[in-house]
Design a protein around this ligand. Structure first.
Ligand code: GLU
Length: 184
């Protein structure tokens, strides 16, 4: 069982995300990663196979700055425990997502998205969610609407956290059959 952590704040969140991942380490995992939206509007994306300590070291070196971020410890269900398969997964450098759980109809949705021109970088079921949300932004004006449309097409148990580089003040979370806690 993996862990997801997300934060939105008026200060840099990278440290908060690492602290959050550390508290979830007991659940077991094979890799870890985070994505932070910088004040310049770029998604900074860092992933490592192995321990949260390895990710924390990379985060220390790269020092991502920004008040909106998502992070993950992965327990692989679809695809090997590699850096390419570690979360967060991105779509078109705009959407970033972390996901706990399994998307059962990922194969069919993946084939549909490939025909629409999306190129997959990983073997995970999670990357399907990222591209589907990106695609649904063609039909919706905001991230919340696109996430709702995407999730209505997916089957399985999940908890997700999503960010969009064009919406720096928005953090979307959703769950179906998996636990998710929101704090203020
Ligand atoms: N099914 C996803 C994957 O294989 C998420 C696994 C998890 O819950 O860590 O990447």
């Amino acid at each position: 069982m993996c862990g997801i952590v997300a934060a939105i704040a008026q200060r840099d969140v990278a440290k908060i995300l690492i602290e959050g991942l550390k508290t979830l380490e007991y659940r077991g995992y094979d890799s870890a990663g985070m994505a932070v939206l910088s004040s310049e509007g770029a998604i900074q994306h860092i992933r490592r196979v192995g321990k949260v300590a390895a990710l924390a070291e990379a985060v220390k070196q790269q020092a991502p700055k920004g008040g909106l971020g998502i992070a993950h410890t992965r327990w692989a269900t679809h695809g090997q425990p590699t850096e390419e398969n570690a979360h967060p997964h991105l779509s078109e450098d705009r959407i970033a997502i972390v996901h706990n759980g399994i998307i059962e109809n990922h194969h069919d949705v993946r084939e549909r998205l490939k025909q629409l021109g999306y190129q997959f970088q990983s073997e995970t079921d999670t990357e399907v969610i990222a591209h589907l949300i990106h695609h649904e932004l063609n039909h919706e004006t905001d991230l919340l609407g696109a996430v709702r449309r995407a999730l209505s097409q997916l089957q399985g148990a999940y908890a997700i956290a999503v960010i969009d580089k064009t919406e720096p003040n928005t953090l979307i979370v959703a769950r179906e059959g998996s636990p998710l806690v929101i704090g203020l």
